[in-house]
Design a protein around this ligand. Structure first.
Ligand code: FE
Ligand code: ZN
Length: 501
């Protein structure tokens, strides 16, 4: 009888063992996409598989995790668990997650599948295959975890349409469109390393702790379910970088350029997370500033980059600016969301007095001086029965697509504008980082689908606000002020009923 193979041999037989050398097509014809990037690979066997996973094991683990998750979701729905969250305001963070992040999971699924076909190395292909299936599962479990809320709350109903059309969602969408239209090695550097390794903790950890603090059992549970995948994805990200750097010295400047670009793009994307963390969690976990210091400055800048220095890799472009901005971005982004909230598929509000005091304590240098006055003005208007909205269309950054809301790195009182001219046209940017990214690949970014420009061009349902909102898929009550909104009134009524039972 044949001897049973050990784990390592089984793994080798079932992954690299099924690789073959093409005989009737040339190698370049079978794998055409990575060659124009300039990356040189001499020996694919040097690829260390960061996790030894075979497909049969993979199914077993994932099925077990799914069983647990769906048991929690069932009991949450049956017991009206949504009534036990901290406050209905909290769900606005989850609406942004569903509209903004979940569709990215699906794009990641599609493109990792593409990578698993088109990268020449068999070890890398196997890793990309597993990640592709993970990402499809993430899409599904996120939709399933958040769908119980769709029965009772606004803003959860049209994620696909919204993701493709709504102005603030063009920020995450354009980020991923940029990645999937790059070559396969750039995609891996962008998503597996720059996003999953450098920045994902800033998105997932505060989010999942936020969900736990605010009684959101479905999100907490899917977070745990996704976490073990996430640690595999992070390992893949680091392996990709080290492999590219070790294969050929000529790869170093190419990888550095990608890191510079994708750190800045990923960091800008996280500006939305900053606003959610500081403003949308009724029970706070930590401030954006604290999360940035812990998960980026300590773990990445001090922990990881000294390690990469031996390959000749420097910390990415824009790091100094990001550190300066930690005092500011959550406030600047939330104020913009509040001001343009009539056109958003979630509600915004003035932070309560005790929440504003929390900001003062967490942001002693900036909150009282620069941001509290905005909310005092908004409060004065609210006291007279009004609501402050900015009824115009903002200028957008050509690269990150965020409205021009960021201030000069050294002056929180002055909006930061940058511009450049390309083929006789002027283009505008929120920062030196976005301007630099444009100048590296202007042919790519002149094609940006900028929501504001598209409204002016007549491509978004019509010239009036109601027409644009209808085209976005935003229904009355999804948008605008939280106080007096459908969600707030329902929440108050349900809890009044509960109190009298
Ligand atoms: Fe994912
Ligand atoms: Zn920008």
């Amino acid at each position: 009888m044949a001897k049973k193979l050990g784990l390592r041999e089984t793994y080798a037989a079932m992954t690299r063992g099924v690789n073959w050398t093409p005989s009737y097509v040339k190698e370049e014809e079978a794998f055409p996409y990575h060659q124009f990037e300039g990356i040189k690979i001499h020996d694919w066997d040097k690829w260390e598989d960061p996790f030894r996973m075979t497909v049969d094991n993979y199914w077993k683990y994932q099925a077990e995790k799914d069983r647990r998750l769906y048991a929690v979701l069932d009991s949450f729905s049956q017991n009206q668990g949504h009534l036990n969250i901290s406050d209905a305001r909290y769900l606005n963070a989850i609406k942004i997650f569903l509209q903004g992040v979940t569709p990215l999971e699906y794009m990641a699924h599609r493109h990792f599948m593409f990578i698993s076909r088109y990268i020449p190395g068999p070890g890398t292909r196997m890793a990309a295959l597993c990640q592709s299936i993970d990402e499809l599962r993430h899409t599904q479990i996120e939709i399933h975890s958040m769908s119980p809320y769709n029965k009772y709350y606004s803003g959860f109903h049209s994620m696909r349409q919204m993701h493709d059309r709504v102005w603030y969602l063009s920020v995450p969408k354009s980020y991923f469109d940029d990645a999937v239209t790059a070559g396969p090695f750039e995609f891996l550097t962008a998503i597996s390393f720059s996003f999953e390794y450098l920045l994902t903790n800033l998105l997932f950890v505060p989010f999942m702790s936020g969900a736990a603090y605010n009684g959101d059992l479905p999100t907490t549970t899917f977070g745990f379910s996704a976490q073990s995948d996430e640690s595999r994805h992070m390992t893949l990200g680091l392996q990709v970088i080290k492999f590219l750097l070790e294969q050929d010295e000529a790869n170093v400047p190419i990888v550095q350029r990608w890191l510079d670009k994708w750190f800045w793009r990923g960091y800008r994307l996280n500006a939305l997370v900053a606003a959610m963390m500081d403003y949308m969690l009724p029970k706070k976990v930590m401030s954006w500033k604290e999360a940035f210091e812990l998960y980026f400055e300590q773990q990445m800048l001090d922990g990881l980059f000294p390690d990469l220095a031996r390959y000749g890799i420097k910390p990415p472009m824009g790091v100094e600016q990001a550190i300066k901005e930690k005092e500011k971005i959550s406030h600047e982004v939330y104020w913009t969301l509040y001001s343009f909230g009539f056109a958003a598929a979630f509600n915004t509000w003035i932070p309560t007095a005790s929440e504003q005091d929390w900001m003062t304590q967490k942001y002693p240098e900036t909150f009282d001086k620069y941001y509290r006055p905005h909310f005092e003005k908004a409060q004065k208007i609210a006291d007279q029965g009004g609501r402050f909205f900015m009824l115009g269309l903002p200028q957008l950054c050509q690269v990150c697509q965020i409205p021009m809301l960021f201030t000069e790195p050294d002056d929180p009182g002055k909006i930061c504008f940058r511009s450049t001219t390309y083929q006789g046209e002027k283009y505008h940017f929120c920062s030196d980082g976005c301007k630099q990214i444009f100048e590296w690949e202007p042919q790519k970014y002149v094609q940006s689908w900028l929501p504001v420009h598209e409204i002016y061009k007549g491509n978004c349902g019509g010239p009036t606000v109601p027409e644009v909102l209808a085209w976005y898929g935003i229904q009355p009550g999804d948008n605008g002020e939280y106080q007096g909104s459908v969600d707030q009134q329902n929440w108050a009524n349900w809890h009044k009923d509960l109190a009298t039972v």
